[in-house]
Structure formats: structure tokens, C-alpha cells
Write a protein that binds this ligand. Sequence first.
Ligand SMILES: [Zn+2]
Length: 129
Amino acid sequence: MRGFLQRFQYNMMRFMSGRYGGRDPLNFTLIGLSVVLDILFMIFRIPVLTFAAIIPLGLAVFRSLSKNTSKRYEENRKYVNFFKNLAALRTHHIYKCPGCHQKIRVPRKGGKMVEITCPKCHEHFRKKI
Ligand SMILES: [Zn+2]
């Protein structure tokens, strides 16, 4: 039995070498979504939910076994940044400079009018923050 487990572990390590592995927030979200959809299926017995649950699970498995690690890393980085930016919108305004269209993040201050200087082109413009 021990020999079988060691062989299995060795073969799994060989199979997974060079693959992404998928221990990242995007995969955890996909697996969590699949579990939630399956639980909803068990409660409400809507057949389409069990098929819908397969899609995020299949994506998570695909990402885990993928050998294109740079692309999987980039997908995860975009996913994490999306939620970081969403959280930043609660505490900051994001304006575009009228001169060069550079995005500028300004902390919220309860409706005060302030003059903003673009750090890229040094254009001045007034905004309510
Ligand atoms: Zn500018």
C-alpha cells in the first residue's frame, strides 16, 4: 500500500510539474461559485443550476492543469486588481486629466471643490471631491 501511494504521489508530481496548479484567488472563487450553484441546485432542484455549476468548476480545472502559466498568472492579476480598484472607489475618486487623459486618483473629502494638478502634464483643473 505504501509503495502504491509513493508511486501515485511521484506520478502526480511528474504530471503537475510545469502546470499552473491553480492555488490563486480566481480559482478559489470559481470553485466557490460552483459549490454555491450546486447547493442552490440541491435546495431548489432547478436542473439548469447543476449545468451552470460545471462551467466554473471546469474553468478551475482547466486553469489548474494549464501549462501556459504566464497567461493564468495574468488572468489572476487582472481579477485581483479589479476588486482592489472596486475597493478604492469607496475611498477615492478617479478623474481623467482633460489635457493628457491620465487617470488620477484623488481621496474623497465630502464634496469640497479642489484644484487638481496632473502629475504627468501639470495641467490644472477643478473638481468636487
Ligand atoms: Zn495630464
